[in-house]
Design a protein around this ligand. Structure first.
Ligand code: FPP
Length: 243
């Protein structure tokens, strides 16, 4: 992989999305419980947020808990929720101090009441911040997000607030959880898997995809720079011809 060269590539990607994968394998390789892998994964989140800030990235979107993750053993779901609770309790003030704006995407309805409250408090507290926008996907699934948007659009049309002829791509995007956010320029998935796993399916239409074998807990600033370097080596054409 080509490393990111900040002098040659003055413009970082505006928006990076990451599927953080490999926590379980990281723990297994060390004879540790999966929860230890998730804990180290949360450390890697801190590093990724800091590194994106340093590189001048404006938006970072992280897939923390998919709508499919409820199917994991209850003890692991509890561990992940405890970690999110911990992150929301302990990290928000630090993020706020660093000018980070927090957003959450996904279906909040089935989250525990205290997590819902922590999410709302974090969004409210950091709303006016002008630094990195950190979006955390919790109980998120793209199909569900798109269906929800369709339902809300149908309701707006039936109530006369919207005419069906006026539904453009821009209007549709306003009904997604990611409204008012540019689409990701770069998607990174760690741990060697090469799937989108129901993450940002609409938004990733023209994103560059970078897959790395690095397991998420081992993902460092250098790993991020390498992925950005690979992104800069790509020729983004948005469906147009080369040259
Ligand atoms: C995938 O690894 C990772 C997850 C399902 C959860 C991601 C969560 C974190 C990184 C920690 C908490 C997040 C925040 C924002 C504080 P896996 O368990 O599927 O790994 P495996 O494929 O090796 O089993």
């Amino acid at each position: 992989m080509r490393a990111f060269d900040s002098e040659r590539f003055a413009e970082p990607p505006t928006h990076i999305a990451i599927i953080m994968d490999g926590n379980g394998r990281w723990a297994k390789a060390r004879g540790l419980p999966r929860a230890a892998g998730h804990q180290r994964g949360a450390e890697a989140v801190r590093v990724a947020v800091e590194s994106c800030g340093k590189l001048g990235v404006s938006y970072l979107t992280l897939y923390a808990f998919s709508s499919e993750n409820w199917k994991r053993p209850p003890s692991e779901v509890d561990d992940l929720m405890a970690l999110l609770r911990h992150y929301l309790t302990r990290e928000v003030n630090v993020l706020h101090g660093n000018g980070v704006r927090l957003r959450f995407i996904g279906d909040r309805a089935s989250l525990a009441g205290d997590i819902k409250s922590l999410i709302e408090e974090a969004e409210t507290k950091t709303r006016a911040n002008a630094g990195l926008t950190l979006t955390v996907a919790i109980n998120y699934g793209s199909h569900n997000e798109i269906l929800g948007a369709c339902k809300r659009i149908a309701r707006a049309v039936s109530e006369g607030a919207l005419s069906s002829d006026s539904i453009t791509e821009d209007v549709f995007e306003d009904f997604l959880d990611t409204a008012n956010m540019p689409p990701p320029d770069l998607l990174i998935r760690t741990s060697g898997e090469q799937r989108l796993s129901n993450f940002l399916l609409w938004q990733l239409a023209y994103s560059e995809l970078v897959f790395t074998d690095t397991l998420w807990p081992d993902f460092t600033k250098r790993s991020l720079e390498e992925a950005v370097g690979e992104y800069h080596g790509r020729d983004r054409r948005y469906g147009t011809r080369r040259g």
